[in-house]
Ligand binder design. Structure first.
Ligand SMILES: C[S@@+](CC[C@H](N)C(=O)[O-])C[C@H]1O[C@@H](n2cnc3c(N)ncnc32)[C@H](O)[C@@H]1O
Length: 230
C-alpha cells in the first residue's frame, strides 16, 4: 500500500519535473503527502471542535509569505477605508491586518481590535510599540458575547480567518451589526490554506442570517473578501 502511495505520485509528477533524481523526488513527494495528511486531519478535527487558534501561531500569521497570499491592502481597498474612520476588527490576533488598517485611517481614525486571547493582544501591543502606532484600542472580549462598545459606533468592521473559529457565528455577526453604523460596511476575508476555510456561500448564509446584506466579492473562492452592508 505504502509502495503504491509513493510510486503513484512519482509517476504522476515525472512529466511535470522531468529529469529530477528519484532521491529528491521521493522525499519531496513524501513531504507533500505528509503535509496533505496533516491538513486533512486538521480540517476533520476543526469540523467538530471550534476553538481559537493558539497564540503561538502569531508569528506565522504575521509572516511575509502569509502577507503575500493575503495582503492587508485587500481589506483596505474592499472597505474603502479613509482617514478618520472608526473600524472594528474581530479576532485581530497579533495585528497582521490591524496595523495597516490603523495607518489607513490615521491620524483621526481608530481601530477597535477585539480578541478573545490576551496573549494575542500582547503580541498586537508589542507590534504597536515597534511601529509607533497609537490609534488602536485592544479589547479583550468574546465576539459571540457582548463587545464593550456602544451601538452604531463604527463606520467599518472586518474579520480575517476568524468566523469559523466562533461556535455561533451568526450571533457574532449580529454583534458586529449592532456596532456598525447604519449604511456601514463589514468585510470578511478567508484563505484556502486555513484548515477552517469556508466557501463564500457559507459566509454569505451566516451574514444574511445576522441581518447583513451582501454587496460584493473580491478575489476568488480560494482567497476572497466578501463585503456586506448594514
Ligand atoms: C486564525 S487567527 C486570525 C488572526 C488574524 N485575524 C489574522 O488573520 O492574522 C483567529 C483569531 O480569532 C480569535 N478569536 C477566536 N474566537 C474568537 C471570539 N469568539 N472572539 C474574539 N476573537 C476570537 C483568536 O484568538 C485568534 O486570534
Amino acid at each position: 500500500m505504502l509502495h503504491v502511495m509513493i510510486r503513484l505520485p512519482v509517476v504522476m509528477l515525472s512529466p511535470i519535473i522531468p529529469g529530477l533524481s528519484i532521491w529528491i523526488e521521493v522525499p519531496l513527494i513524501i513531504l507533500l503527502l505528509m503535509l496533505l495528511y496533516v491538513f486533512v486531519l486538521l480540517k476533520l478535527v476543526r469540523r467538530f471542535f471550534h476553538f481559537p487558534a493558539p497564540a503561538f501561531i502569531g508569528r506565522g500569521l504575521d509572516s511575509r509569505p502569509r502577507k503575500r497570499l493575503q495582503p492587508p491592502s485587500m481589506i483596505i481597498e474592499a472597505l474603502g477605508l479613509e482617514s478618520g474612520m472608526a473600524v472594528l476588527e474581530i479576532g485581530c490576533g497579533p495585528g497582521t491586518f490591524t496595523l495597516d488598517v490603523a495607518k489607513a485611517v490615521a491620524p483621526d481614525g481608530i481601530v477597535y481590535a477585539v480578541d478573545i486571547q490576551e496573549k494575542m493582544l500582547d503580541q498586537l501591543r508589542t507590534r504597536m510599540k515597534g511601529q509607533s502606532v497609537e490609534n488602536i484600542m485592544p479589547i479583550l472580549a468574546d465576539a459571540e458575547g457582548r463587545i464593550p462598545l456602544e451601538s452604531e459606533t463604527c463606520d467599518r468592521a472586518f474579520s480575517v480567518t476568524v468566523l469559523p473559529e466562533i461556535p455561533d457565528r451568526v450571533k457574532a455577526l449580529a454583534e458586529i451589526g449592532r456596532i456598525l453604523k447604519t449604511g456601514g460596511l463589514y468585510g470578511d476575508a478567508e484563505l484556502v490554506i486555513d484548515p477552517d476555510w469556508p466557501l463564500p456561500r457559507t459566509v454569505k448564509k451566516w451574514a444574511e442570517a445576522a441581518g447583513l446584506k451582501h454587496q460584493s466579492m473580491r478575489g476568488n473562492p480560494l482567497r476572497y473578501v466578501l463585503v456586506f452592508s448594514k
